[in-house]
Design a protein around this ligand. Sequence first.
Ligand SMILES: [Zn+2]
Length: 138
Amino acid sequence: MLEPEFKNCPLCGDGLVKKYNTNEKTVITLKGKLVCWERVLKCRNKDCKGNLMSFHSSEYKSLALSSMNFGTDVLALEGGLRFSEHKTIDEVLDKLSFYGIHTNRATVSKHSDKYLALISGYHKENKRQFWKTTCCSQ
Ligand SMILES: [Zn+2]
């Protein structure tokens, strides 16, 4: 079970309490299967906007994309093998089996698309940040 990394409301400083638990999720990582869930918290102060908000665990959110059961570490390995080392899908499957992960070509292909989308988003964000901090601050 993972909770937010902070225990006090970032808006008023009061303590956080349970809002709800997510369903259990199995995530396949390079270190094995991980069964986990998240305890989402809210501010206990009913007069604070944080009482209506949901505070999440960044560790839980970073384990896997919300629509996937494979961990981001697996996605990063697959993407690195495909696009940095120029490995074929079959070579990626061989490497995954080394970690005890047995999947198929379609899944690796789908993960490659997700990896490219993540890298693209990362570059867009960095480009935006670059322009903000270097040229457009006048
Ligand atoms: Zn609060």
